[in-house]
Design a protein around this ligand. Structure first.
Ligand SMILES: Cc1cc2nc3c(=O)[nH]c(=O)nc-3n(C[C@H](O)[C@H](O)[C@H](O)COP(=O)(O)OP(=O)(O)OC[C@H]3O[C@@H](n4cnc5c(N)ncnc54)[C@H](O)[C@@H]3O)c2cc1C
Length: 451
C-alpha cells in the first residue's frame, strides 16, 4: 500500500494518479474535513471556500483534471473586476479609460507598467517579447530593483510598493522579482473592455474536491487521522503511524495504528515533513487571517479591492460581485484578507472577536455608508502557513519530490514547499505536485516489483 499524508488537493491528486497507475492507496488526513486550504463553509446555497479562491486562465492541469473527473463543464470563466483604494477613493482599474483616468500615476508610468504586465520589455527602444519568459532569471533580483529598472521608480513607489506591503509587510524587500512576474502572469488574462478573466466552479471548488474524493473512493481516505511517524529501516520506508488518540470520529480505532507501506507521500506543509522524517526546510511561511462577512447590503462595486494605506487588511474581496449572490441564498459575501509575516504580529495575537472589531471599524472609516447592522455573520479562518515567503534564492530551498537519499527510499514530498508551487502557490500547483510524485513512485515501485 502507498500511504498519503494529507488530504488537501495535492494528497488527493497524488492518490488519484497512483490509483490510475494501479496502486493501492490510503490517504490519511489529520482534520475532520478534507481539502486543506481549499476547505469550505456552508451557506444557505452553495458551499464557499474559507479562503478566497479562483483559477487563472494559464492553469491547465487542474482544468484537465476537472475534465477527467466529469466536472470540467462546471468551470465558469468570469470577469473579476479590480479596484485600488487610495486616499479615501475607490479607483476602478478594469477598462483602458479607467486606467487612463487613474490620477496617481503619469501617462508614461502607465505605459511602462502596462508593457510590463503584457510581458514586454521596452527598455532600450526595441520591444523584447521574450524577456520575462524564464522566471528563474529573476530569482536573485528583488521586486523593487526589478520594477525600478524595468519601469520607473514612481511606478514602484506609487503602485507596486503599497501592494507588496499589504501582502508581505516587513518582508517586502526580500521578495524576488520571479514571484512578482509569476503573479503578473497568474493575474494577466484580461478582457480588454471588461477586466480580468478568472475561473470558478459552479458550486465552488468543493465540486472538484468532491469529484476527486469520489474518484479516489471514500473507503481509501481516513479523516481525523494525523500521521505522527514514518519508519525508515535499512534505507527504505516501511510503515506509517496514525495517532487516533481515541478519537470519537473513528469508532473502535486504536489510539495508535501502524500501517505497512511500500512508499509514503507527504502532502503537507514542510514542518510536518520535518517532524515525521527530520528533513529540514528553510522556507519561511506567512500566515493568513481571512474573514467571510455575510451581509444584507453590498459594500463594493468591484470583486477585488486592493487597499493602498496601512489598513489591518490588504484587500477586500466581494465574492458576490464575481459570482451571483442568488447562489448563496441571496446574501452578499465579502472576504477580508490579511497576511502576517510572523506570529508575533499584533493582528495574529488578537482573538477572533478583536479581529472582527478592528476590521469592521476600519471598513466603517473607509466607507461611511457601511452599516455593521447589515452584517449577519462573520466567520474567520486562520492558517499559520498560508503561503511561502518567496524571497530571493527561493529555488535553492524547495523540497525535492523524491527524498531517497535525504530520508530513505520510498519517501516523497508533494506539499507547498515543492517546486510545482513556484513562483506562486495554487491549487493547480498542488495537482501538479501530486502528479509529479505519483509518476516517480510508479516508476520506482513498478521497477521494484519487476525485480
Ligand atoms: C488566503 C488564500 C488564498 C488562496 N487563493 C488561491 C487562489 O485564488 N487560487 C488557487 O489556485 N490557490 C489559492 N490558494 C492556495 C491553495 O489553497 C493551496 O495552494 C492549496 O490548497 C495547497 O494544497 P496542498 O494540498 O498542498 O496543502 P493543504 O491544502 O495545506 O493540505 C495539506 C493537508 O495536510 C493535512 N495534514 C497536516 N499534517 C498532517 C498529518 N500529520 N497527518 C495527516 N494530515 C496532515 C492538513 O490538515 C491539510 O488538510 C490560496 C490559499 C490561501 C491561504
Amino acid at each position: 500500500m502507498i500511504g498519503v499524508v494529507g488530504g488537501g488537493i495535492a494528497g488527493l491528486a497524488a492518490a488519484y494518479r497512483l490509483q490510475q497507475r494501479g496502486h493501492d492507496v490510503q490517504v490519511f488526513e489529520a482534520a475532520p474535513q478534507l481539502g486543506g486550504l481549499a476547505a469550505t463553509y456552508e451557506t444557505p446555497g452553495d458551499d464557499i471556500e474559507q479562503f478566497y479562491h479562483h483559477l487563472s486562465k494559464s492553469e491547465e492541469t487542474i482544468v484537465d483534471l476537472a475534465e477527467e473527473l466529469g466536472v470540467g463543464d462546471r468551470i465558469e470563466w468570469r470577469v473579476g473586476t479590480n479596484g485600488y483604494y487610495v486616499d479615501g477613493v475607490v479607483h476602478p482599474l478594469d477598462t483602458p479609460w479607467e486606467i487612463l483616468a487613474y490620477p496617481h500615476m503619469s501617462l508614461y508610468d502607465k505605459f511602462r507598467l502596462g508593457m510590463l504586465t503584457q510581458g514586454v520589455d521596452v527598455r532600450g527602444g526595441l520591444p523584447d517579447f521574450d524577456a520575462y519568459d524564464d522566471l528563474s532569471e529573476y530569482e536573485h533580483v528583488t521586486v523593487r530593483e526589478f520594477v525600478e529598472e524595468h519601469t520607473t521608480t514612481s511606478v514602484y513607489e506609487n503602485f507596486v510598493d503599497p501592494l507588496l506591503d499589504g501582502k508581505y509587510g516587513d518582508r517586502k524587500d526580500d521578495i524576488s522579482a520571479a514571484w512578482f512576474l509569476g503573479r503578473v502572469r497568474f493575474r494577466g488574462e484580461r478582457d480588454l473592455l471588461r477586466g480580468e478573466i478568472l475561473g470558478y466552479f459552479d458550486g465552488g471548488f468543493g465540486v472538484l474536491l468532491d469529484a476527486l474524493v469520489d474518484a479516489v473512493g471514500r473507503e481509501n481516505i481516513t479523516t481525523n487521522a494525523p500521521v505522527t511517524d514514518l519508519t525508515v529501516e535499512d534505507g527504505q520506508v516501511n510503515s506509517l503511524t496514525v495517532d487516533y488518540d481515541g478519537t470519537e470520529a473513528v469508532p473502535g480505532a486504536d489510539a495508535e495504528e501502524t500501517h505497512e507501506v511500500d512508499a509514503a507521500v507527504v502532502a503537507t506543509m514542510p514542518n510536518v515533513l520535518e517532524s515525521l522524517t527530520g528533513f529540514p526546510c528553510e522556507i519561511d511561511f506567512q500566515g493568513a487571517i481571512c474573514g467571510l462577512v455575510t451581509m444584507e447590503e453590498s459594500l463594493l462595486d468591484t470583486y477585488w479591492l486592493n487597499v493602498a494605506h496601512d489598513a489591518p487588511f490588504g484587500a477586500l474581496i466581494e465574492h458576490t460581485n464575481f459570482v451571483e449572490r442568488e447562489r448563496y441564498g441571496g446574501d452578499h459575501l465579502l472576504y477580508v484578507a490579511s497576511y502576517v509575516q510572523d506570529e508575533t504580529e499584533d493582528l495574529w495575537q488578537l482573538d477572533d472577536d478583536e479581529v472582527r472589531e478592528r476590521w469592521l471599524t476600519e471598513i466603517e472609516s473607509m466607507f461611511p455608508d457601511f452599516d455593521r447592522a447589515a452584517v449577519s455573520e462573520f466567520r474567520i479562518a486562520r492558517n499559520p502557513r498560508a503561503a511561502p515567503i518567496y524571497e530571493c534564492g527561493y529555488l535553492d530551498l524547495v523540497v525535492p519530490y523524491q527524498l531517497d537519499e535525504e530520508v530513505g527510499e520510498g519517501v516523497y514530498y508533494a506539499g507547498m514547499a515543492s517546486e510545482a508551487q513556484y513562483p506562486e502557490r495554487s491549487l493547480n500547483g498542488g495537482v501538479v505536485a501530486g502528479y509529479e510524485v505519483a509518476d516517480r513512485i510508479d516508476a520506482q515501485v513498478g521497477a521494484r516489483t519487476d525485480e
